[in-house]
Design a binder for this molecule. Structure first.
Ligand code: HEC
Length: 184
């Protein structure tokens, strides 16, 4: 005992003192994929509790297919109004993720359109009447050959894209009904 006390106090101020009981100052951490003697399944990395929702992620309780898409269209509301800021953000996201197939004005004539089954124009008889919630559903779950964009775009970003797509549909309307005299 006497020796230990000497060793602890005798170190010079330049050298770290001898530690005889570091308590938990430096605890050995398990590696994520190493076995663990304390968990029930013997794994260190544990699954999240059932029903856990990742931060910033909003789950969508709709399946795929036309019926579910139509239900989403009836039930989901776009939290964003078509303000210039939202449209600008929606446009930037659209041009990053959708233009490549759907084309800048949503006519289904993007640079990739030849390589995949032609995407429909947003003003087709089928897509034109889609409520915003249904377009959100398409982006979230994908449709036919179109993949889901839920991993690339957060729910908020998807709604901004929806707002922009909706505007593209209306712009096409205005262009169709415009008379030569209306052109500014
Ligand atoms: C890889 C090419 C590709 C990309 C990128 C893409 N789409 Fe599509 N999209 C398609 C194809 C192909 C279809 C037709 C799918 C089908 O037959 O249901 C489609 C269909 C749609 C439809 C109509 C769905 C229906 O039920 O008729 C909407 C709306 C749509 N896309 C929106 C978007 C938006 C918004 C984005 C960007 C987030 C996007 N798409 C990105 C290829 C693409």
């Amino acid at each position: 005992m006497f020796l230990v006390v000497l060793a602890g106090c005798g170190a010079s101020s330049q050298k770290r003192a001898f530690e005889y009981m570091p308590d938990m100052a430096r605890d050995p951490a398990y590696k994520a994929f190493a076995p663990s003697p304390v968990t029930r399944d013997g794994l260190t990395l544990q699954r999240p509790v059932a029903g856990t929702i990742a931060r910033g992620y909003s789950p969508m309780h709709y399946g795929t297919g036309d019926d579910e898409a139509a239900r989403a269209g009836r039930e989901l509301q776009n939290p964003y109004a078509a303000t210039p800021k939202t449209l600008e953000e929606g446009k930037a996201l659209f041009e990053t993720y959708c233009l490549v197939c759907h084309g800048a004005s949503g006519k289904g004539d993007g640079p990739l359109a030849e390589k995949i089954p032609h995407p429909p124009t947003y003003t087709s008889d089928r897509v034109k009447p889609f409520p915003e919630g249904r377009i959100f559903h398409v982006i979230t779950t994908g449709s036919g050959k179109m993949p889901s964009y839920a991993a690339q775009l957060s729910a908020d970003e998807r709604w901004k894209v929806v707002t922009y797509v909706h505007t593209l549909q209306q712009m096409a309307d205005d262009a169709a009904s415009a008379q030569p005299g209306d052109l500014k």
